[in-house]
Design a protein around this ligand. Structure first.
Ligand code: FPP
Length: 259
């Protein structure tokens, strides 16, 4: 590590201590929200999209650089066909109805997850959202769709193995950076804060690599009830955490600098 690498890491750590640059969300609890009200699961997901809309607006207001949302996991295809279709319909509607507002708000949309097997209407839609907003410089909204972290890491490993097989890379050149550069998130900073709603406390195959130094906030509320106040409260909790990135805690760090 050069001196400038160390300085950059310290600056990042300092910034990350106060305000998260990248917040990632596991939007969980739509089904339970609907069940509690005797409503169909679709209604929970529909209200989930409204919560997502509110949250994007709040993230812009709070000056968050990157917001990643787990909208559909690689494992969600195993849900009943009717529910999968309703989630796909909601994604369609979200992009169709909200893309103009997102674009006008200077939001850059990025999509992570496997694209190869998606129906053309969906992959066209995702591409359109990315292309239309690619030059925007405000919030980057990363939509994780058909996303699975293990699959993402396996794809990166496969790409590196192919390069080795072709003689374009030596195995000893494979380090953490080489893998990170081949993930869907290659040009996206790691999340500082990961929030999961609904009281569950697990990652469920979300950003496993990128979460190495993330802070976690697990909220008991169900996703359709999430709002700006909940986001602000999670960020306030984050601001109290001492992020060490494998180094020293803040007090020990300043004592060391002073001596
Ligand atoms: C988890 O709730 C949520 C999902 C599986 C998907 C998240 C989707 C949305 C917020 C709406 C769709 C948004 C887009 C952009 C497609 P759950 O169904 O697992 O809830 P449960 O655990 O209470 O059953």
């Amino acid at each position: 590590m050069t001196e400038s690498d160390i300085l950059e890491a310290q600056t990042n750590a300092q910034r990350a201590r106060t305000a998260p640059r990248h917040v990632a969300l596991i939007m969980d609890g739509n089904g339970r929200w609907a069940a509690k009200r005797g409503l169909p699961r679709f209604e929970g997901h529909r209200r989930g999209v409204e919560a997502l809309r509110r949250t994007v607006r709040a993230a812009i207001k709070l000056n968050i650089g990157y917001l990643t949302v787990y909208s559909f996991s690689a494992e969600n295809w195993s849900r009943p066909r009717e529910e999968v279709e309703s989630l796909l319909t909601l994604l369609h509607r979200f992009i169709r109805n909200d893309l103009a507002e997102l674009h006008a708000s200077n939001v850059r949309v990025r999509v992570i997850g496997a694209r190869a097997d998606l129906a053309p209407d969906i992959s066209d839609l995702l591409r359109e959202a990315e292309q239309m907003t690619q030059a925007n410089s405000g919030l980057t909204l990363v939509v994780a769709f058909n996303y699975g972290a293990r699959q993402e890491i396996a794809a990166a490993a496969r790409a590196l193995a192919e390069m080795v097989a072709q003689g374009r890379l030596r195995p000893e050149e494979i380090d953490a950076d080489a893998i990170a550069r081949r993930l869907d998130t290659a040009d996206i900073p790691d999340p500082d804060l990961i929030i999961r709603t609904s009281g569950e406390q697990r990652l469920s195959n979300f950003l496993l690599w990128q979460a190495a130094y993330a802070e976690f906030v697990f909220l008991p509320i169900l996703w359709p009830d999430f709002d700006e106040a909940a986001l602000s409260a999670a960020i306030a909790e984050y601001a109290h955490r001492d992020r060490r990135f494998g180094g020293l805690e803040a007090a020990a760090r300043s004592a060391k600098t002073a001596s």
